[in-house]
Structures are given as C-alpha cells and as structure tokens.
Ligand binder design. Structure first.
Ligand SMILES: [Zn+2]
Length: 435
C-alpha cells in the first residue's frame, strides 16, 4: 500500500539534501559499520540491476505465477546468506500465490522480522510493465511499492554478510504475495505472518519511505481498517399508515437515524468512519460493493443495507467505538429493527513505547550517517499495511523502504540517489539490533 498523498515528497529539495551529505561524514559509525556502509556504496549498481530483474517480472496480485516467479528471484539470494527458504502456498479458494519466508537460526541479539511484499497493483494486462532508468530515477511497476523496499532488505542483509556480521543473528524475511489485495479470510492469508511475529522481537517493514522538504519521517503507528455492514428492517405497509403503532417508521428512516447519530456522536481523535454504499426499499441486495434495490414511493420500505469503514489507532479505541455503534443501532425506531456486523480488516499499529524506542535507534543510526534527525509521521497520514498484523506482538517500524513517488500509478519510480542511504540505514539498524 502506498503512503497517503498528504505528505508529498518535495523532490528538488530532498535530492539536493541527499547530494550534500558525503559518505565521509558518517563519523558516528563503528569500524564494522563503516565497512558495511562502504560495501553498500560499492554495490549500488549491482542492487539496481537486481531491482530491474524483479520489476521486469509482472507480479500483479492476481498473477499467481508471476508472484511466485518474483519469489524465485529472491530465493537463491537469501539461501546464499544462510537462510532456510520456503514458499508457503495459499489454499486454492484464496486465489493468491502465497508467501516467501526465509529464516536464519542464531544465538544472539534481537530476533528481527523483515516484511516486504512481492505483488504489485499492476496486473498482466496493465500497459505499465517495464523497468527503465531515467537519470537518477528507476521507473517501473512496483519500483516504489515495494520491490525497491524488498531490495533494501536484501542488500542490507548482504552488506552484513560481507562484513561477517550476519553470523549468529536470528532473522526472518517474510515477503507476502498479496499485500495489495490480501486474500480472504485474513485469518488464513496472514496466519503465517502472525506466526513469524510470535518468533520475533522487532518487526521492520519496508513499504515506501516518506520525506518532505523539512525532514525524513519514520512510521511508528498506523490505523486499523475495519469494514461494517448495517441491515435495517421495517414493517411494510401503505405509506398512509407510517408512524402508526402498527407500522412504525420503516427501514430507511431507521437507517437514516443510525447514520445521523454515527455522524454526530462518534467523533474523536484518530478515529474516522464513513458510510460507503447504501441501498434500501421493498427489496435490496448489497454484495461485493454492488447494490440493487426496488421499492415504491407509497410503500413503507422493508429493508435497507449500508456498508462502510472504520479506522482507529488503538485496540481499546476500536472496541469502544464498535460498542457505541452497536448501542446506537440497538436504539430502534418504532416498528423497525437493525443489526450491525463488523469485518475484521487490518488491526491497528499503536504508537507504543517499544515503537518509540525503536524509532530512537533508527534516528541515532540516521545521525551517525551524518543526516539530520528524523521525525515521526502522524499516524493518520499512513494507511494500514502488513506491519499492522505483527505490531501487536513485536516492536515495529514501518515505511523503511525507498524514496520515490507515483505508487499505484503509471510512471511509478524510485529515487536512485537515496537508494544507498536507505540500504545503509537498514543495514546498520539491523547490525545494532542483532549484537
Ligand atoms: Zn505496498
């Protein structure tokens, strides 16, 4: 998923800032860390070539063979670094390729879980298929979201290996095959990722990074994404009898009552909710975001259906808002009834103390690389991602990938000037976490 577009990369300034920091200013680095950084500088061209190979293979989420093929490009690379590599297929009913998991058994340091995804939003029939270099940019489908981020993970690991610093570390690399349109139910498609989190202390997710003219940003929190469905029923009759004790108000007024109270009564910081689709009448159906309805202006409606979303920052906030929605729904108008059901989507990634500490470590790496201090991205400026599934079980940072723009749009690109910086930052953070 791309970062929301509230924070727009201001390119000219950012590129300039990156260009003004020579590698020699990395004075806060230890000798081993300097070797790691030097290895990255010496292998950036090789990394870009590898990025090109992964981008050239179409891996739209529904292109199951393509997603699997991209996975195969990473497998020998990770195996060569001492990882036990396996592919986890999904049941046929999910119509998803599955996930690539690489695990390294060790003895010391934090157990680190790296998260990427192999799929892109560009299916095989998209006109946007190829990788090209245009000056300081690499353009291609999924360059920014997030084959560039996967590349940062791989080359950070290679840099540690080259410095002999991967020995003894405990690391899981988990590349999902369906981040852009996760297979349902999520309890199946995200079960193995959650399992990996249970074997980890720290999760680092490499969706595209965010910067503007003022700073580079780290993501320590993301909001949940929950679906809800409201169904109201009324007593059907000629409208001349509406509001009478026998008929009551009808299903559509009941739906309107509920939505009006949602609108007025649920507002609080970090919470948003919306009604996205509505149908109602004598008969109505609503499935897969598509609805039909029929009724008569002189007939009190029998049914109304509404679907919407809910986003919260904290698990207890989510439960509280759901309870208040249920209470509003239960306060029926005469002659009507209503039910609301929730579909668990992405859980919230709350801004925990552990995540803040992890941000502090990332920020120190950044300073030691001779860069200005980072800032924490406001949580409402980032959508849900796979990091949300692991955040309840580990400390987590999200959005550690590449800088670029136009995620999910033709022309998507990655900034190659800052690519080595992103690899170094990830590598040195990993090095420090795993001592
Ligand atoms: Zn993504």
């Amino acid at each position: 998923m791309p970062p929301t577009r509230l924070v727009r990369p201001l390119l000219a300034l950012s590129l300039l800032a990156a260009a003004q920091v020579p590698p020699s200013r990395a004075q806060g680095l230890s000798p081993v860390e300097r070797r790691i950084a030097a290895w990255v500088d010496a292998h950036t061209e090789e990394a870009i070539a590898f990025l090109g190979r992964t981008v050239e293979v179409n891996s739209g989420t529904l292109n199951v063979a393509g997603v699997r093929e991209v996975g195969r490009l990473y497998e020998p690379e990770l195996a060569a670094l001492g990882f036990a590599v396996r592919w986890i297929p999904m049941p046929d009913s999910l119509h998803r390729a599955g996930h690539l998991v690489a695990e390294r058994a060790g003895t010391h340091g934090k157990r680190v879980l790296f998260i990427g995804h192999l799929d892109t939003v560009y299916e095989a029939d998209s006109p946007f298929q190829h990788f090209t270099r245009q000056g300081d940019r690499a353009v291609g489908p999924g360059t920014n979201d997030m084959k560039g981020g996967n590349l940062v993970i791989l080359y950070a690991l290679k840099a540690l290996a080259a410095a002999g610093a991967l020995e003894g570390t405990r690391i899981i690399v988990f590349f999902t095959g369906d981040e852009e349109a996760a297979g349902r139910p999520l309890s199946v498609s995200r079960r193995d990722l959650v399992d990996a989190a249970h074997r980890s202390d720290v999760s680092l997710e490499f969706e595209a990074a965010v910067r503007d003219s003022a700073a580079e940003y780290a993501t320590i929190a993301r909001r949940s994404s929950t679906g809800w469905r409201l169904e109201t029923t009324g007593t059907t009759a000629h409208t001349s009898g509406i509001f009478s004790p026998e008929v009551g108000s009808g299903a559509i007024f009941e739906a309107a009552r509920i939505l009006h109270r949602f609108h007025d009564e649920l507002r609080e910081p970090y919470v948003t909710y919306s009604a996205g689709v509505i149908v109602g009448g004598s008969q109505a159906q609503l499935e897969n975001d598509r609805g039909t309805a029929e009724g008569k202006t002189n007939v009190v409606p029998r049914t109304a259906l509404v679907e919407g979303d809910l986003r919260t920052l904290y698990a207890d906030q989510e439960q509280r808002i759901r309870d208040r929605m249920r209470a509003i729904v239960a306060d029926h108008l005469p002659g009507t009834s209503a039910t609301i059901t929730f579909e668990d989507g992405y859980p919230n990634m709350a801004p925990t103390e552990g995540n803040r500490r992890l941000f502090g470590q990332l920020d120190q790496v950044t300073l030691d690389l001779g860069r200005p201090a980072m800032r924490i991205l406001p949580p409402e400026q980032r959508g849900a991602s796979d990091a949300s599934f692991v955040a309840p079980y580990t400390d987590a940072l999200s959005g550690l990938g590449v800088y670029g723009d136009l995620s999910h749009a033709p022309g998507e690109w990655v900034d190659l000037v800052t690519l080595p910086l992103q690899i170094k930052r990830a590598a040195i953070l990993l090095y420090r976490l795993t001592r």
